[in-house]
Design a protein around this ligand. Structure first.
Ligand SMILES: C[C@H](N)C(=O)N[C@@H](Cc1c[nH]cn1)C(=O)O
Ligand SMILES: [Zn+2]
Ligand SMILES: [Zn+2]
Length: 477
């Protein structure tokens, strides 16, 4: 059943107000990975609580306790739990999204202030940190609730909500909450299926539904030696230098064409079948899509399926940065006393943070030992999450296919995502339900990157898509 015309008309008529709301959300720098912004993450939770209550949702902010980040004990931001409707004749769908964002500084290379939503009238882009990941999609749900509230319409399904503020930092605390609230009489009791809008189309033209995510193991490799930073003219050539050791070890992790060098990691990956390869052949995708989204002609292969499988079905290892290294402008002649290299591995089925950790630790220690360095090495796993694959034959997906056809006039591609949303598998297992990923943004949105954007049409049509999905879900078998 399509959404009522009144709902679609309301969304069209209120598009500018929805954009204003996105601007308010973007203005709160809710960066979960930076302790200095923890107050902003909590502020964002209260902002959303107000928005949800204003449209009739009963909301509670659940305390998730404390954690330690970068040596500092911090209170975790709350999980936002909400309920609207309790009609036993209707299906109940659980909506998940996250209200935290990745860090962003203008000096990273943004053209504008990352926390001030800029509306580019020429291109229709809504530019700002979190516009696509994941404040726009999160507000897409609230926009629909607002439309129903304002029009005095009942929703076609019962809604339960779980919005979190730590997704970009390993979803700490949420797994325990979900497990504790699964089962008869508990918060998530009665949930029939889950919908998450927190990923992206493969390209800029074809909507998709996503039935898989890669997992993640994130590591910090710390090498220390001198008691303090040293003058390279005085000490260069006389001591083992931490940065030199780190660069050596990090260079042994992955080849420039993406082959992971850590023994054991690739052995866990299931062999490719012809049937599976045909799935990638059919997707609307070209090497030019990855190159235009990346902003450079740098695809790892000229073969479309190789590039797609590199994102969807094989693990990858990325080197993210070095803490403690000299990185300012100028030419400081320093030997840093302690440096920490950060890298992560995206995991695919059969790989888990538990079975990958031992391979990584052994290999890194062995490679470091080959140096005969007197510096010390510590390796720490910062966070991790398992990969997830669902059945796209479930009614949850059928409802989303129909909704996409109604709103976009196209049958969506069925994709697996290269990114990670650690709680997806927890929902699937703890609640024993199907989970659907229904993305709002395009493949070139630049999530986690500079100048992140959400196209105005994706925000507004995406809002309609989420609403229409709820109607299709209410009648699909
Ligand atoms: C796909 C989702 N929107 C996302 O960006 N997830 C993050 C999760 C994460 C884990 N550590 C830091 N962030 C991702 O895939 O990187
Ligand atoms: Zn993200
Ligand atoms: Zn996200």
């Amino acid at each position: 059943m399509p959404a009522p015309k009144a709902v679609i008309d309301y969304i069209n008529a209120n598009a500018d107000k929805f954009i204003d709301k996105l601007a308010k959300a973007v203005a709160i720098p809710s960066i979960s990975g930076d302790g200095k912004h923890r107050g902003d993450v909590v502020k964002m939770a209260h902002f959303l609580k107000g928005e949800l209550e204003a449209v009739g949702v009963s909301v509670e902010l659940r305390d998730l306790g404390k954690h330690v980040m970068d040596g500092e004990e911090l209170h975790l931001p709350p999980a936002i739990l909400g309920k609207l409707g309790n009609d036993p004749k209707k299906k109940t769908v659980l909506l998940y999204a996250h209200y935290d964002v990745q860090p962003a500084l203008k000096s990273d290379g943004w053209d504008t202030d990352p926390f001030k939503l800029v509306i580019d009238e020429k291109t229709g882009r809504l530019i700002g940190r979190g516009s696509s990941d994941d404040k726009g999609p999160l507000l897409g749900w609230i926009n629909n609730l607002q439309a129903h509230h304002a029009l005095g319409l009942e929703l076609p399904v019962n809604i339960k909500i779980c919005f979190e503020g730590m997704e970009e930092s390993g979803s700490e605390g949420l797994d325990d909450l979900i497990k504790a609230e699964a089962g008869p009489g508990k918060y998530f009791d009665g949930v029939d299926c889950v919908c998450i809008s927190d990923n992206y189309w493969l390209n800029t033209r074809t909507p998709c539904l996503t039935y898989g995510l890669r997992g993640l193991s994130y590591f910090k490799l710390k090498i220390s030696g001198p008691g303090r930073d040293l003058h390279s003219g005085v000490f260069g050539g006389t001591v083992h230098e931490p940065m030199t050791d780190l660069v050596y070890v990090m260079s042994k992790l992955v080849t420039p064409d993406g082959k992971i060098l850590i023994p054991g990691v690739n052995d866990l990956v299931a062999p490719l079948t012809d049937k599976e390869k045909a799935l990638y052949d059919r997707l609307d995708y070209g090497v030019e899509d990855v190159e235009s989204a990346a902003g450079g002609r740098i695809a790892i292969s000229s073969e479309k399926t190789t590039v797609l499988m590199g994102r969807m079905r094989y693990p990858s290892l990325s080197i993210h940065g070095v803490e403690g290294a000299f990185s300012a402008p100028g030419a400081k002649t320093v030997i840093p006393a302690s440096v920490s290299g950060k890298f992560s591995i995206r995991l695919v089925p059969n790989q888990t943070p538990d079975n990958i950790r031992a391979f990584v630790e052994k290999y890194v220690k062995d490679e470091f030992a080959k140096l005969g360095s007197k510096n010390t090495l510590e390796i720490e796993e910062l966070h991790g999450g398992k990969p997830w694959v669902a059945s796209p034959d479930h009614y949850n997906y059928k409802a989303a296919v129909k909704a996409t056809e109604i709103i976009y006039g196209k049958t969506p591609d069925m994709t697996r995502e290269g990114g990670s949303i650690p709680v997806t598998l927890t929902f699937a297992e703890a609640l024993d339900v199907n989970v659907l990923l229904l993305p709002m943004g395009r493949g070139d949105d630049g999530a986690h990157s500079t100048n992140e954007k959400l196209d105005r049409s994706n925000y507004i049509e995406g809002t309609k898509l989420l609403g229409t999905y709820l109607y299709e879900l209410s009648t699909v078998q």
